[in-house]
Design a protein around this ligand. Structure first.
Ligand code: PMV
Length: 340
């Protein structure tokens, strides 16, 4: 029997991925860029066992058995095995069935990038099991698009690519985790329930119905990606924060421009947006940036020097949202997929 356990981090996009050119290959309609979070408080952990005695492939997610008959899961398995075969992996091992146990130590499907960490971990663990070398972001992408960005630390860009087979739609590191050590992320958990509209169906609907999405991918994102990369490289927090907030706002505007609309933010999310703008105005410079994925929870990017005051003010203005709901001080470094 062969057993491998790995953990993988969550990533939070500052330029959002929203829209696929191909639903099966999961190639996006725009480049996206994210920060990888440290793994102390938020990670996916996956153990994969392969044995000649297993009768079929099985998977348990957070302790509950799920069907392995899932196209994305099967695609990732097939692609890693194909790579392993090419690299000369043990033929017997490739024939054995596998048992997969995966768990997140944070709410699943509440817009907290759980599928990103989950699929990154699944693909990375499979790659370790079969001794596959090299970049597997192209495979992780086929599990959940944003998963490809969880395979590197620091800030990571997912290139949309243009090859018909998706071979150049990969994630690459923009800067390593050591580049901007003062950077922090705080997550304010507004609601940890499963979201009503999954990102898959939300973005599918946006591609079909949103005029604003066309404008976004053609006229806004390409320049934003260039500008935010430059801001990250030169550690220009003001520009980084402004682009991050504008891109989150535009993504949610696209979600609302979708027909029927996909509504992810709630009243508390909007109150957090107002709070951050008031805070930045009072400070006469941009100290904190918010960004929201496909859910109501706020992810705040800020520098270490602003963490204590921000948390104190959040506790003051959102007393119902006590420290249990704040996943705080998550630094972007140091994070990477690891073998445990
Ligand atoms: O990878 P998916 O299918 O869960 O989509 C993620 C989409 C967003 O989280 C909203 C944006 C992003 O780039 O992570």
């Amino acid at each position: 029997m062969h057993v491998v356990t790995c953990i993988a981090p969550v990533n939070i996009a500052v330029i959002k991925y929203w829209g696929k050119r191909d639903e099966v290959l999961i190639v996006p309609t725009n480049d996206s860029l994210s920060g990888t979070l440290s793994m102390e408080q938020m990670h996916a952990k996956t153990t994969i066992m392969a044995s000649p005695n297993f009768k079929k492939n099985c998977i348990w997610l957070n302790g509950k058995e799920e069907s392995f008959d899932n196209e994305r899961l099967l695609t990732c398995l097939r692609e890693v095995q194909r790579r392993a075969e090419r690299d000369g992996a043990n033929k017997d091992l490739l024939k054995w069935h596998i048992h997969v146990c995966s768990e997140n130590n944070f709410p699943t499907a509440a817009g907290l990038a759980s599928s990103a960490a989950g699929y990154a971990c699944f693909v990375y663990t499979l790659a370790q099991l079969y001794s596959v070398k090299g970049d597997v972001s192209q495979i992780a992408r086929q599990g959940s698009g944003s998963a490809c960005r969880s395979l590197a630390g620091g800030f990571v860009r997912w290139h949309m690519g243009s090859a018909p087979d998706g071979s150049d739609s990969i994630a690459t590191q923009v800067v390593p985790e050591t580049h901007w050590p003062e950077m922090r992320v705080i997550i304010l958990v507004v609601n940890d329930k499963k979201k009503k509209v999954s990102s898959t169906s939300g973005m599918q609907r946006s591609v079909l119905t949103s005029e604003l999405l066309k404008h976004r991918i053609t006229y806004c994102v390409p320049q934003r990606v260039k500008d935010i990369e430059k801001a990250i490289i030169s550690k220009d927090f003001n520009t980084f924060a402004e682009i991050t907030m504008k891109d989150s706002n535009q993504f949610h505007a696209v979600a609302l421009d979708t027909y029927p609309p996909a509504v992810y933010m709630n009243d508390v999310s909007h109150a957090i947006v107002d709070f951050i703008h008031c805070f930045n105005k009072a400070k006469k410079s941009t100290k904190v940036a918010y960004t929201f994925d496909a859910g109501p929870n706020a992810c705040l990017y800020l520098l270490e020097s602003a963490v204590a005051e921000t948390i104190a003010l959040v506790n003051h203005f959102f007393p119902g949202h006590n420290s249990k709901n704040i996943i705080q001080g998550l630094p972007v470094p140091p994070a990477n997929v690891q073998e445990t």
